[in-house]
Design a binder for this molecule. Structure first.
Ligand code: AMP
Length: 492
């Protein structure tokens, strides 16, 4: 998959440095308990809808009594599975995962679900988020002689549960003691021979929702986002709460609040950028929230222009909101090639020189001679915007005013959206005026932090917005912090 960052395609622009292994996306998880259904196929479609959350590897584990069937591989969901493979994944419980590595490198060994043997049978775990106390956890597990194969925090959680179970505890008791030793972000779906578990960390940083199969009042589905429910015709029931564990068995759904002090801090970047626009968070579609961000942006930073355009796809709802609020015509100025996938064929030197755009192409007829407001959801490193602005100028735009529907990203994320180390984040080192120059626009303005949170209509304290403020709700251990923060520069 060509990183969303490069409108030219990976490696196709000499000025563009690939963000692979630097700026990566969260993962997607899915689970289902439904003995009378083809759980593997339903999981396949659930993952298909969650593909935007990770394109590196995909996997499904099913439980048929004590027997676990597992298939995982590098690639997109439809590349990893076919009818034959799915027909071998039999059972009544399934767990699925799409991954875009946030910890651990890009290898099959790190693909999920992670399957671990225990005294009570196998467990299959799918994780979205990042644990921050991995060093401590690894030491603890190594002391207990756990054989860690992969390099991920997710594998450590699976082994921590297995180790508790092997010391004599039952599934729930074992899982809860393991979670109590984990710090960080974890939305988990865990399959066992007897039941399916859904868990969120005490802050509920990453999302996780519960659905119910229509016509099957006792058959539950878990998914990172509601779009993973709708595709299989499941109805949204509610979110798994921060610090909650749901245990789904033949008897139905049981809920446990496993931590004494849950304190909701949903990642605001999920709402701004990561989640699919048709997914519902906080009671409305992300499309509606993003349109409202655009409206607020038009109020805070108006622009005297002829047309408003958005950066496809993630900037479009905010651009429409900006247009509605300002009364300025919305137009499509950039056309996206929806079929661009991962290509290992480098463009020719001539293509590079002439700036051939593989992913986004400007519409000259719309842009020529116009004063334009271009709206995007975020500027992270500033590369995308700079390249796009160059393309818009070449297409004849007279003036370009960039409007961004979130504040400047100044701090790295330690909780699962593996944004670049701080020196890669343009707003960490440059002022808005300097970024304006770097990107090459006539004016640049961001939505305020207050506006972004106010637009949620919720208590601003119930979100993690550390990437905009550096105010990390879960303490980050020094060695991990050091790896991404410019500590000396900030004199921390
Ligand atoms: P850049 O400023 O070049 O880093 O790119 C910003 C663009 O990338 C915006 O259009 C965002 O929609 C998108 N974006 C924001 N965060 C991420 C991320 N973590 N991974 C991939 N793309 C992102």
């Amino acid at each position: 998959m060509i990183p969303k960052h490069s409108p030219y395609g990976e490696g196709s622009d000499p000025n563009y440095t690939s963000n692979k292994d630097k700026q990566q996306e969260a993962c997607g998880v899915f689970g289902i308990y439904a003995p009378e259904e083809d759980v593997a196929k339903l999981t396949y479609f659930g993952l298909y809808a969650l593909q935007h959350r990770g394109q590196e590897s995909a996997g499904i584990a099913t439980f048929s009594g004590e027997t676990v069937h597992l298939h995982k591989h590098m690639g997109l969901v439809p590349q990893v599975f076919n009818e034959t493979i799915l027909s071998q994944l039999t059972g009544s419980i399934a767990v699925g995962h799409v991954r875009y590595s946030t910890t651990g490198s890009s290898h099959l060994v790190n693909a999920q679900p992670v399957v671990v043997e225990t005294r009570l049978g196998s467990l299959a775990l799918a994780h979205n988020g990042n644990i921050v106390n991995t060093l401590e956890l690894r030491q603890k597990l190594e002391q207990r002689n756990c054989n860690l194969l992969a390099t991920t925090d997710s594998e450590m959680i699976a082994h921590a549960i297995a180790s508790e179970v092997n010391s004599g505890k039952e599934w729930l008791e074992g899982a809860i003691s393991a979670f109590s030793s984990c710090q960080g972000a974890f939305s988990l779906v865990i399959g066992t021979p007897t039941g399916l578990m859904g868990v969120r960390d005490p802050n509920g940083i990453r999302p996780l929702v519960i659905g119910i199969l229509k016509n099957h009042p006792q058959r539950y589905v878990l998914a990172s986002e509601t779009c993973g429910l709708e595709i299989i015709g499941a109805e949204y029931l509610r979110d798994v709460e921060p610090g909650e564990l749901v245990w789904i068995t033949e008897a139905g759904l049981a809920s446990f609040h496993w931590t004494p002090k849950p304190n909701r801090k949903l990642c605001i970047f999920e709402m701004i950028y990561f989640g699919r626009p048709d997914s519902v968070m906080e009671g409305e579609s992300l499309y509606s929230y993003r349109m409202r961000l655009g409206r607020y942006l038009a109020q805070e930073a108006p622009a005297d222009v002829d047309i408003v355009i958005g950066v496809p796809d993630s900037g479009i709802p905010a651009a429409i909101g900006f247009s509605q609020e300002s009364g300025i015509t919305y137009a499509e100025g950039l056309i996206k090639n929806r079929y661009v996938g991962r290509t290992f064929i480098q463009p020719t030197q001539k293509m590079r020189e002439t700036g051939i755009r593989m992913k986004l192409n400007p519409l000259k007829d719309v842009l020529a001679g116009k004063r334009i407001a271009i709206v995007d959801d975020s500027i992270v490193r500033g590369n995308t915007s700079r390249l796009l602005v160059k393309a818009l100028r070449e297409a004849g735009a007279k003036e370009i005013h960039m409007r961004v529907s979130s504040p400047p990203v100044t701090h790295p994320c330690f909780y699962g959206i593996d944004t670049d180390s701080q020196d890669q984040l343009i707003a960490a080192t440059k002022s808005t005026e300097e970024i304006e120059k770097h990107v090459g626009v006539d004016s640049l303005a961001y939505l305020s932090w207050k506006g972004m949170l106010q637009a949620t209509g919720e208590d601003p304290n119930s979100f993690c917005s550390a990437c905009f403020t550096g105010d990390y709700p879960i303490p980050v251990p020094e060695p991990l912090k050091r790896s991404k923060l410019m500590l000396e520069k900030l004199a921390i």
